[in-house]
Design a protein around this ligand. Structure first.
Ligand SMILES: Nc1ncnc2c1ncn2[C@@H]1O[C@H](COP(=O)(O)OP(=O)(O)OP(=O)(O)O)[C@@H](O)[C@H]1O
Length: 245
């Protein structure tokens, strides 16, 4: 389980999170939605101890990421929004390196990697340097890195961006399977994707939770886009701006 209690975070004058209380349970796929700058990445980074909250408490199962960021990272597979890979290592070299850092058994590592590499269709790219890979393949390397240790918590920031439709389908299936055993959270700006993949959604606006629950219950009779526009207040803001234009 991943929980946040009354968590706030400011960057100088900018309020990124304001008294957020949330719980993400295993068994469901959770989508995190919100306009640009609403605090989604900050919320995710706090779970990993990459960003320290100003107040409130966070638990990754029973680990406090503020006191024990390494312990929290052991439990979490994380894919950030930005592409971060070693340009001068091949995916093969990179996975062996990460496997040794995780202290994974070589045979187990090989088995898991074999499957993930085939599932993500990366066989022919394993010998290329990271810097030579296409953007989508770099993102696949990051996804495999997050999945290879079979984490209890999977946190993916915009994981579907740059993936072709076939790989996106594979990823949806993986998330579904992972959610059976652990916590799965992903952020997205694509509402159709949240609707197609997630069980529960959480919508942030200006660092506050403005809606939360099963998609079907939240939107009621509306389509998710209209619901999103309504709770984030974007609809009226946009209409005003368009009028001004
Ligand atoms: N390192 C930082 N220094 C200063 N301000 C930051 C920093 N990181 C985030 N912010 C600010 O905090 C707010 C929340 O940012 P965050 O990246 O968490 O939002 P987000 O919902 O993930 O946005 P997006 O959808 O655009 O990725 C924004 O106003 C952002 O500019």
């Amino acid at each position: 389980m991943l929980s946040y209690r009354d968590v706030s975070k400011r960057y100088g004058d900018v309020i990124a999170l304001k008294g957020v209380t949330l719980e993400f349970q295993p068994g469901k796929i959770h989508a995190l939605l919100g306009p640009n700058g609403s605090g989604k990445s900050t919320l995710m980074k706090i779970a990993l101890g990459l960003v320290k909250p100003d107040s409130g408490s966070v638990r990754v199962y029973d680990v406090d990421p503020v006191r024990d960021p390494i312990g929290a990272r052991r439990l979490i597979g994380y894919v950030p929004e930005e592409v971060l890979i070693y340009e001068s290592l091949t995916p093969s070299e990179w996975f062996s390196f990460v496997g040794s850092i995780y202290g994974m058994d070589r045979e187990l590592l090989r088995e898991r990697l074999d499957t993930l590499i085939r599932v993500f269709k990366m066989e022919e790219h394993m010998g290329k340097l990271g810097g030579e890979l296409s953007l989508g393949n770099k993102r696949k390397v990051m996804l495999i890195t997050a999945l290879m240790k079979e984490p209890k918590v999977l946190i993916l920031d915009e994981p579907f961006s740059g993936l072709d439709p076939e790989v996106a389908r594979v990823l949806k299936e993986i998330l579904r399977r992972k959610a059976e055993e652990g916590v799965v959270i992903f952020s997205t700006h694509i509402l159709e994707l949240a609707e197609a993949v997630a069980d529960d959604i959480t919508i942030l606006r200006y660092g506050e939770v403005v809606a939360r629950g099963p998609i079907s219950e939240l939107r009621g009779k509306k389509d998710l886009e209209s619901y999103f526009m309504e709770v984030t207040g974007l609809s009226s803001e946009l209409q005003e701006l368009l009028k001004a234009l």
